[in-house]
Design a protein around this ligand. Structure first.
Ligand code: SR1
Ligand code: MG
Length: 425
């Protein structure tokens, strides 16, 4: 059974900076880390995400982060209710990630199920990667670590590795988290491709958007990918691996916020992460002076290449060393004198093609659907913003329609460079 208090404890109540110390002051896992008199704790609400409350709590000996779900979507308000139980799944995901990809997710110290809250490690001096990319800061081994994280969680959460009953039970558990996949299914896969109510986009981008939405072959292809997404329980995903879900220093990389975790296709997280690197790449002309633009954009492309290369290398390593599940068993291959290397190559190619297509969809939804990203959104000159977004939208379309053309990573990099030179608006 998962850790947590009984349902009989206090009724849910949203925390505030005024009530947090009283409510959590006598919780040993919190008080022992924060230190001092709870009445003197420094408490700030820092949630800048779309859904939850997030507090940093500091005392005489340290700091912790408290995250609590609200019964509605924070960015929209009470008109969009969202079940509190989603926080339980975020906690379950953090616990699983800690085992599957050690030292990347924050440590969790305390979980209160009825209050839909958990308390975790305060990452310091880490900052949100998206802000670093907008500022033009570099992070050592960024692509390598994200690729490794995606490979480890994909492989170790699947029946390539896990005992089948354990994995199937977990799929059963996560299938209770129905509200979260529904958001991804509409906001990511569907809304960008028609005039959905909550959508918005830069006005000057309209000619590109209108043409995209008239492309029936594109919409059919995205729906096939959605079908795969809804029907596929290959592994436990992070589910929202954008650059706001990554915190970093110049030399350390951590992945936070698996609040959109669900079982799904192995390629999904890799595709999302790369999409966010590509959006950082395309938005750079608005954030950098000419003298540093090219070098910084080249660094982002190197991050993308490293991400794919390290995903492949780590997946192959796990294939050799941890293939203990029911899939591709050694009994069928090595024990019969057959190599399983070709099977691994073929699977990796399929994952890469799907990742490229999911990448294209994420590139679309962040400029066309509800939840945009700051990389583009903070560009005040809307004509410039639209020009850069157009490159991003068109490359996204190419990735969805013909991922095979850029299955080799150097070709993907060349395609990004070609769109980066292209002016459609
Ligand atoms: C209503 S939530 C909107 C988006 O924010 C999160 O970051 C997810 O990406 C979700 O799709
Ligand atoms: Mg988030």
């Amino acid at each position: 059974m998962e850790n947590g208090q009984s349902e009989a404890t206090l009724r849910y109540e949203a925390l505030s900076v005024d009530t947090l110390a009283t409510r959590l002051g006598d919780v040993h896992e919190v008080a022992s880390r924060v230190g001092g008199d709870p009445a003197s704790w420094e408490i700030c609400e820092v949630g800048d995400g779309n859904l939850n409350l997030v507090f940093i709590v500091t005392g005489t000996t340290g700091s912790v982060v408290v995250k609590q779900a609200l019964p509605y979507v924070r960015m929209v308000g009470e008109s969009w209710p969202l079940p509190l139980y989603r926080a339980h799944f975020e906690y379950y995901a953090l616990v699983r990630q800690a085992k599957r990809a050690p030292n990347i997710a924050p440590d969790v110290f305390y979980f209160d199920k009825p209050q839909a809250l958990f308390v975790m490690e305060y990452l310091y001096p880490h900052t949100i990667l998206r802000r670093k990319l907008i500022k033009g800061e570099r992070v050592a081994r960024l692509g390598e670590i994200i690729g490794q994280f995606c490979a480890r969680t994909a492989f170790r959460g699947s029946e390539l590795s896990l005992p089948s009953p354990e994995k199937k039970q977990d799929v059963g558990l996560f299938s209770g988290n129905v509200a979260i996949p529904a958001i991804t299914e509409s906001l990511v896969f569907t809304d960008p491709y028609y005039g959905a109510e909550m959508n918005h986009h830069t006005p000057e981008l309209s000619p590109v958007v209108d043409e995209l939405r008239r492309n029936a072959r594109l919409k059919a292809r995205v729906q096939r990918l959605l079908m795969k997404f809804t029907a596929n329980t290959e592994t436990m995903l992070h589910g929202d691996l954008h650059s706001g879900s990554i915190m970093a220093t110049d030399t350390d990389v951590r992945v936070i916020d698996p609040e959109f975790s669900q079982y799904g296709p192995m390629a999904f997280d890799l595709g999302m992460a790369v999409a966010n690197f590509l959006m950082a790449y395309f938005s750079q002309p608005a954030h950098r002076q000419d003298d540093e633009l090219e070098a910084y954009q080249t660094w982002i492309l190197d991050v993308i290449e490293a991400c794919f290369t390290s995903f492949d290398a780590e997946f192959r390593h796990l294939w050799q060393t941890e293939r203990t599940g029911i899939l591709f068993p050694r009994a069928l291959f090595e024990d019969q004198g057959n190599s399983a290397d070709d099977a691994c190559d073929a699977l990796l190619e399929e994952i890469r093609l799907d990742a490229l297509a999911y990448c294209g969809i994420e590139m679309h939804r962040r400029v066309l659907s509800l939840a945009h990203n700051a990389d583009f959104e903070e560009i005040e000159d809307t004509a410039l913003r639209a020009r850069l977004e157009a490159r991003n939208v068109l490359m996204g379309q190419a990735l969805i329609m013909n991922p095979e053309a850029v299955c080799e990573i150097p070709a993907l990099i060349e395609l990004a460079q070609a769109y980066n030179r292209q002016d459609v608006l």
